[in-house]
Ligand binder design. Sequence first.
Ligand code: 0O2
Length: 249
Amino acid sequence: MEEKSVVDINYIKETENEFKKIMLMYKSALKEIETKIQIISDEFQMLYSYNPIEHIKTRIKSPESIAKKLKKKGYPITYNSLINKLNDVAGIRIICSFIPDIYKMVEMFDKSTDINIIKKKDYIKNPKESGYASYHLIVSVPVSFTSGIMDVKVEIQIRTIAMDFWASLEHKIKYKYSEELPKNVQRELKECSKMANKLDRKMSKLGGSLIEDFEQDMAYNKKNKEPKALKTGYIPAMLNKIVENYVNL
Ligand code: 0O2
């Protein structure tokens, strides 16, 4: 049977239930990941009395956007290629405070046993030609339905506030031009990205090692059996017991 285009409105109407089912699958995967991120965030708060996550945004790609991307990549515009060829129909964006927080988040995802990492792309160490910087993870999460368990792909973009500021505005500026961005605008945007990066590095130097400081303190305490962090009131009293156990390991 010939597969029809996702953007064919009659086809979407005819197969409304199938389309809804696919979208439900992605929405459910986003909910699963959001819960897991909430757990990671709570764990950070408990371990370090510090939460590196400023905020989280989720989105499901619109049918128009899906069709545009499939077309750009040269795939047929069908439900089949939507599921098998696109990694970012469901997307979650985590905005962190400082650059080292991003890598700490990636480490937490690496350790997570219920999230399967398919691909990692470090556009912070290797920014894109446009100047775009962010850390991308393509993951899959098992989602339980009455018909069985499905592994659903989700794209996680992790970035700082400055990276998000640049990407959001660049996205809007790109929309202003129906065709390719003029060379001078491209150049200026790249310049802005360098400025955002400089600001990020400066801010990260000032505050970005909060977690590392804490870990170094803990390592020092462990070695010297002297709970320096406790004396300085670094950690809330309710965590004293946990830290005491940690120090005495
Ligand atoms: P939108 O707005 O998110 O719908 P893959 O198939 O996983 O190998 P993919 O998805 O083709 O790779 O490419 P990439 O570059 O790894 O990730 C694409 C996403 O990153 C984009 O999704 C954007 O969200 C973001 N992105 C990449 N480059 C830029 C850029 O230059 N500027 C901005 N503002 N965002 C960028 P979409 O589907 O293109 O867009």
